[in-house]
Design a protein around this ligand. Structure first.
Ligand code: SF4
Length: 312
């Protein structure tokens, strides 16, 4: 598989670009996820021309349209940063990124809950970094996360599933046959995120012969990104597991069915992680050679080494 292209805040890969000459290296991002990813580092403050070291910046004023100012001398750099961000985002469009990992809390790079100071110098954590906002406005459906949120196993799993799926989608060749193959392989994965999108995408694929390819492609991509942005839940996953179990009606003995049902119920209650029923189902898929299930990405959406389904 080709590496997944992701934007990332430069300090997270260990570059000493912070205002104090330090970095915010995140070993998971470079050493583990980094095996599957090609990063495009972006440091708005350095690339915009502020030096290292530099006076720290902060956001002030209205949280929807904050100003970016130096924290001690109060110089306003909002316009400079906005202009640079718009230009840089246009360059990033050509990179065909599958997502972006931002540095949390930064007035330039933070994607949410960035401190915005009022006239009395009191901060409220309700802002978005200037560059991050321009980026997210330009690519509203692209998967984005920050290093802090990615520490949460569920958020991490969802983000990584989305970028792997988007990378596979980007490699789908032109023509309905390719789109149908992609859709078939991702049906259960889509269902685990959104039964509603599962139905809408099924209808789109069914009617696609009547529509120009470009329109189908665009609409399918929109629905896919929208579906994946909706989080899976134990209930949604358990329903899909139950659906998969239905494929083994003939093959499994009464005792095997009971055991599988018990494991799905334990997962639903949060006693065992998703990897447990998935491993047993994959064992049956391999044993009975179920061709439709064999190619379902729901059963193997990303490399096992990332250990993403091991949490409850
Ligand atoms: S948070 Fe953003 S602006 Fe600050 S050092 Fe990291 S990449 Fe640069």
């Amino acid at each position: 598989m080709e590496r997944i292209k992701l934007g990332i805040s430069t300090c997270l890969v260990g570059e000493k670009v912070r205002y104090d000459g330090g970095h915010k290296w995140d070993p998971f991002l470079t050493d583990t996820l980094g095996q599957y990813v090609e990063y495009v580092p972006v440091c708005p403050e350095v690339e915009c021309g502020f030096g290292i070291p530099r006076e720290p910046l902060r956001l002030i004023g209205d949280s929807q349209r904050p100003h970016l100012v130096t924290s001690r001398t109060n110089h306003d750099h909002t316009e400079r940063m906005l202009q640079w961000s718009r230009k840089r985002v246009m360059e990033l469009k050509r990179e065909n990124l599958c997502g972006f990992i931002f540095k949390s809390g930064s007035p330039s790079s933070g994607m949410e809950r960035v401190k915005v100071y009022d006239a009395n110098g009191i901060p409220a954590k309700n802002g978005v970094g200037i560059f991050a906002r321009v980026f997210m406005d330009q690519f509203p459906l692209l998967p984005v996360e920050d290093d802090g949120r990615l520490k949460d196993p569920k958020i991490r799993e969802n983000f990584i599933e989305r970028i792997f799926t988007l990378e596979r989608w980007r490699r789908v060749g032109e023509g309905m046959r390719n789109l149908i193959a992609f859709h078939t392989q991702h049906k259960l994965l889509i269902l685990s995120h959104s039964p509603k999108h599962y139905q809408m995408m099924g209808r789109l694929v069914a009617w696609s012969k009547e529509m120009p390819w470009k329109d189908v492609h665009k609409e399918y991509e929109r629905l896919l990104l929208e579906a994946l942005s909706l989080k899976t839940t134990p209930k949604k996953n358990a329903n899909v597991l139950q659906h998969v179990m239905g494929y083994f009606k003939e093959e499994l003995s009464a005792d095997e069915k009971r055991e599988l049902q018990e494991i799905i119920d334990l997962f639903r209650k949060g006693t065992v992680p998703l990897i447990v029923p998935i491993t047993l189902l994959n064992h049956y898929v391999r044993k009975y050679g179920q061709p439709y299930l064999k190619e379902q990405y729901f059963l193997h959406p990303h490399p096992l080494e990332l250990q993403l389904r091991n949490h409850v």
